[in-house]
Design a protein around this ligand. Sequence first.
Ligand code: NAP
Length: 305
Amino acid sequence: MSTLWHVLGAGSLGTLWATRLARAGLPVRLILRDQTRLASYLAAPGLTLVEQGQAHTYPVIAETPDSREPIRRLLVACKAYDAEGAIAQLAQRLTPDAELILLQNGLGSQDAVAAQLPHARCIFASSTEGAFRESNGRVVFAGHGYTWLGDANHPLPPLWLDELHAAGIPHEWSADILTRLWRKLALNCAINPLTVLHHCRNGGLHDHQCEVATLCAELTQLLECCGQPAAAQDLQTEVERVIQATAANYSSMYQDVANGRRTEISYLLGYACRAALRHQLNLPHLQQLQVRLVNHLNAHGLPSD
Ligand code: NAP
């Protein structure tokens, strides 16, 4: 009998994972925020995944954090700013051999969770899959991609990677997950805040090449100083490639701001600026970018942390 997959958060990625695991016949349990969320979830027939225009509904069982069942395997699928608080609510239920998979973007939330749970195995993930919530309980699989998983403290992959394979979740065990997370953070810092400030699609940054190049130079310095030389390699070339390849897209930060949603700034640009400060690195353009972004968020009534 396979271990029960607890999935914390029935948002875009949580639903994308839970439905594919359930489709493969694996046992899955959703953990929803509170009784109100549970009641509205129970009013629907389950979780719906829309893939290539086809919708399929899976009757995944759900519970709230105060349920008593022990948790051995937990997929943490909330936003970075919610992860630490959400895990604190579940700490009592985690078994001594519990494993957590942390899907959060950026850096900082993973270490905060791991510090809370010194005995649990925390596996970090970096995903290029894309999904969005059409309505509560209904998620559209918008972009196929890959998920890299890794554990900086423990190089051996867990046996349950076979279950991801069975569920059709494209993945790879990565020996250098921190390099991947840092690289993604740097790409995000070079692109996303500027799309918000210039109010443009990613391709609109073609008109701001100097600004992008200056940020890439500072981010390269930061990565090297933080012991991440592999993440720094040819950063500017990759940023330009991503801008070109995703020219028609709005960045996730742009979409958050446009929809009045809290951004993950503190785990992306904020994390980068705090790291620079810790290393006493003077990166004026990156710091100025943070000031401009914080002012912009405040002006739109959005949190800047
Ligand atoms: P999302 O759609 O906003 O979903 C987050 C879910 O977490 C929401 O359903 C939220 O519940 C739930 N949640 C928050 N606190 C909770 C708690 N204490 N207990 C139970 N549930 C809780 O976010 P997402 O887009 O899936 O993103 C999750 C992470 O993956 C982010 O770090 C994001 O950057 C990263 N990521 C996302 C994508 C993507 O395509 N979506 C791609 C790559 C990486 P409520 O509905 O009650 O607020």
